[in-house]
Write a protein that binds this ligand. Structure first.
Ligand SMILES: Nc1ncnc2c1ncn2[C@@H]1O[C@H](COP(=O)(O)OP(=O)(O)OP(=O)(O)O)[C@@H](O)[C@H]1O
Ligand SMILES: [Mg+2]
Length: 455
């Protein structure tokens, strides 16, 4: 846990950012230190020049006494040899001043305290020696103050750096701990989901930050996942349940055939019945597989621009006669001027065929069936209306389930997969299917989004 924490992204980011700040501080500190040092050195030179000028001005007309006095009074006014003064004659003898030794040469020089014979100050000196009449005047200033200020600058920078490091570490730990807690929450929830607890959801802080947005997406994905798993489970149970009946019927028919055979009676009729049952069961499985294949979405790649008017006309042509045979009428209204939709032509034909077949099958003779198309709210709506028995409001959701049939339809042939296929195709097309009361009868409307040409 400890090493995980140090490796956590927020902690590493904070430390990285802190290190960048520290480097910036070091560079800025170095530049500031250099500037201050140069400024102080220039001031020391200025002080020395000023003192030299003042003292040398007291020399007039070979009067060395005034010069000696000036040097003595300056030397007397300095403590711990902060400033050094010396007046020497041609032979190098120190006539006045606060040093015992004078380094040779003239002009600017930087010398150690020892070169001046100073013992109570260990700092280096900046000195200037110049001729005043026939004498040599030396004025100097120790670097003590410069060094002290330099040291102070370094100490301040070190403190700032130290505080920064401490602050970075504390911030890093706090930020990382908070981030880690949220990541742990996400990880533990995902772990629970992985173990099959599909209702587990990640808590959000409500702050609406980036992690909350991510958590929202993950939770939404989990919602979809659990809905999907639940519907799969439901479908499996439904299928197993609904296929029991035809399989039982098959078993009973085969049993009857065996009994007839044992009794020496003809068995062909029983076997034919068994064969028909087998064909029906096979057809049901084919339809189930077809729905599953459509739901997998692979056919979306085959979408083209389809004219809905032609679909309606084809269906009206194909089923007009069938309706008449059932003593019903099939009419097509308003199929002109519909904009194209993106879709799979064969599947769209299959949808309309299933709906018209339902109307023919589930309505009594004398019923009238109306096929129509219109534009509604920017979408293309294709509908099949009849004036038959309709579907009760509380059954309208259930009829889309696989193998589900309304109780009173149990006597008609069919497997209860027609509307499931309609729904699967509609979902594939981004279309919606609605069942409405036609008072009396049923209207099934499929609303397709309009075709948008690929950019
Ligand atoms: N136009 C309609 N009028 C009245 N009831 C209908 C209509 N269309 C569908 N239904 C009801 O909805 C149920 C489900 O329809 P669906 O098309 O899924 O199955 P089916 O028609 O029974 O069988 P098949 O798989 O052969 O289509 C039907 O059993 C029927 O009870
Ligand atoms: Mg049907």
């Amino acid at each position: 846990m400890r090493s995980d924490f140090l490796r956590s992204t927020p902690f590493r980011l904070t430390v990285l950012l802190g290190a960048a700040f520290l480097v910036a501080l070091a560079i800025a500190g170095f530049v500031a230190f250099e500037l201050i040092r140069q400024e102080l050195a220039a001031r020391v030179d200025q002080t020395v020049t000023d003192a030299f000028t003042i003292i040398s001005q007291s020399y007039g007309e070979d009067d060395v006494a005034d010069l000696g006095d000036a040097v003595r009074s300056h030397a007397g006014a300095t403590l711990r040899h902060e400033r050094v003064y010396a007046l020497t004659d041609k032979a190098g003898t120190v006539l006045a001043g606060n040093v015992t030794r004078v380094p040779p040469g003239s002009g600017w020089a930087t010398v150690g305290a020892g070169a001046l014979g100073v013992t109570d100050n260990t700092d280096d000196y900046r000195i200037f020696s110049g001729e005043v009449g026939s004498y040599t005047l030396l004025v100097g200033s120790s670097y003590g103050e410069t060094k002290a200020i330099g040291r102070l600058t370094l100490v301040s920078l070190a403190w700032a750096g130290g505080l920064l490091v401490a602050l970075i570490l504390v911030t890093g730990v706090v930020v990382a701990a908070r981030g880690q807690r949220r990541l742990d929450g996400i990880a533990s929830t995902m772990h629970r989901v992985g173990r099959g607890e599909l209702t587990a959801r990640i808590a959000t802080t409500g702050r609406g930050d980036d992690i909350d947005a991510l958590v929202g997406e993950v939770n939404a994905a989990l919602d979809r996942l659990s809905a999907l798993v639940e519907s799969m489970r439901q479908v499996s149970v439904d299928i197993a349940h609904d296929l029991k009946t035809p399989l039982n019927r098959l078993a009973i028919t085969v049993e009857s055939a065996i009994e007839a055979d044992e009794a020496g009676k003809p068995v062909a009729a029983w076997l034919r019945q068994a064969q028909e049952e087998g064909v029906r069961i096979n057809a049901t499985f084919d339809a189930l597989l077809r729905i599953a294949q459509i739901e997998a979405g692979a056919r979306r790649a085959r979408f083209t621009s389809v004219a809905p008017g032609t679909i309606l006309e084809r269906i009206a042509d194909a089923y007009g006669e069938v309706a008449v045979e059932h003593g019903q009428t099939l009419r097509l209204t308003a199929a002109d001027g519909l904009p194209p939709v993106s879709g799979d032509r064969d599947l769209m034909l299959q949808v309309l065929a299933n709906l018209v077949e339902n109307a023919i099958r589930h309505c009594p003779p004398g019923a009238s069936i109306v096929l129509s198309g219109r534009i509604d709210d920017g979408r293309v709506e294709l509908s099949v209306a009849d004036n038959g028995p309709g579907i009760p409001a509380e059954e309208r959701d259930k009829v889309f389930r696989r193998l589900y049939r309304v109780e009173k339809s149990r006597t008609t042939p069919g497997s209860g997969l027609g509307l499931s296929l309609v729904k699967a195709v509609a979902d594939l097309h981004g279309a919606t299917v609605t069942l409405r009361d036609n008072a009396p009868g049923l209207v099934v409307a499929v609303r397709f989004p309009r075709h948008t040409p690929a950019l």
